[in-house]
Ligand binder design. Structure first.
Ligand code: AVJ
Length: 322
């Protein structure tokens, strides 16, 4: 037998194997964010149907002074998943009006994004010192411990919405463990609203979300040598009112088999069979409170945009130890 060449498998390979072997099939949503996918997501945030980013920005623009005042004095700002920090400047400016020096720690997995964040913030916000932190959240939040003094941790964009309720509490509790009295969390959540607004945000007319979703298959083709035929899958977005979430799938348009050489597996698809690629939870205020409380946070205040489509929640660490 001829030895096959040895290629190091990407870290996500096992999850792909498991996801495609399960029923219903699924793939982890973190696979969206290679460099092509991150660019597509940026494009999504500009789409007319994708109200989330624009709406959160409206709250940050209109309420930054109030948020900074409520967060208190002498704090560092730590932003989880900061990316290029496009949304954060107004908030940082509000903090820098209230305190002489604002240390800002943008945290992201992408060093390139962090460089852009640093340039942007140093250019636009005087009084803010940028200290980028390259970190992968799946390795925990230990880096928070090494940031001294009071901190406000930002987790914006309703990224929390990718987690199932139990996993969201667990993740927030892990953050909470690294914080002490006086620290706070500023959490962005998309809110439950009519399906006629929710669905187009995940099924845009231009088809960018379709491309974003299918990029996962491109990636498996490129990185694992798979042979997914992109034209025989379609992007599907559904609203699940019982679970209060948008569900995103790739649906096979015909019966087909796909081979993934790097994993040495095949995957069979019936016509109409779906791969579940993402959940995006939409919240009510009680849902937010129920998520924060068991994680060891106490909701202090919530700000909305003028249509109440999105919310920013300030939460302090609760004194009851968890
Ligand atoms: C980055 C998780 C907030 O759920 O709205 C956008 C990702 N998926 N369009 C979201 C996403 C499809 C986005 N989050």
């Amino acid at each position: 037998m001829i030895a096959r060449e040895l290629v190091a498998l990407p870290a996500y390979a096992e999850e792909v194997r498991e996801g495609l072997a399960s029923y219903p099939k699924s793939l982890p949503c973190k696979l969206f964010y290679d460099s092509d996918g991150s660019a597509l997501f940026e494009e999504i945030t500009d789409l007319p149907e994708y109200y989330l980013t624009r709406t959160e920005l409206e709250i940050l623009r209109d309420r930054s002074q109030e948020i900074a005042a409520a967060a208190g004095f002498g704090t560092s700002i730590v932003e989880l998943g900061a990316g290029t920090a496009a949304k954060t400047c107004t908030l940082l400016q509000a903090f820098s009006r209230r305190q002489m020096r604002v240390p800002y720690f943008p945290v992201d997995i992408s060093p390139t994004a962090l460089n852009e964040a640093r340039e942007r913030v140093e250019g636009e916000c005087s009084g803010v010192t940028v200290r980028p932190v390259v970190a992968d959240f799946s390795c925990g939040f230990g880096f928070l411990r090494s940031i001294g003094g009071r901190k406000v941790v930002l987790y914006l964009g309703s990224s929390i919405g990718n987690f199932d309720p139990g996993a969201a509490v667990e993740m927030l509790a892990t953050i909470r463990q690294q914080l002490t009295d006086g620290d706070a969390l500023l959490l962005g959540t998309d809110l439950v609203k009519d399906e006629s607004i929710l669905l187009p945000a995940y099924n845009d007319a231009k088809g960018v979300t379709d491309q974003f979703n299918k990029n996962v298959l491109c990636r498996l083709n490129r990185e694992l040598g798979a042979n997914f035929d992109l034209s025989s899958f379609r992007h599907v977005a559904l609203w699940n009112p019982e679970k209060s979430r948008i569900e995103i799938y790739l649906e096979s348009l015909r019966a087909q088999s796909v081979h993934i050489p790097a994993l040495n597996v095949g995957a069979k698809f019936a016509r109409g069979e779906r791969i579940h690629t993402e959940n995006s939870y939409k919240y009510t205020l009680p849902m937010v409170a129920e998520m924060l409380k068991p994680a060891g946070f106490e909701l202090t205040r919530t700000w909305f945009d003028h249509r109440k489509w999105f919310a920013l929640h300030l939460a302090g660490v609760s004194s009851a130890r968890v």
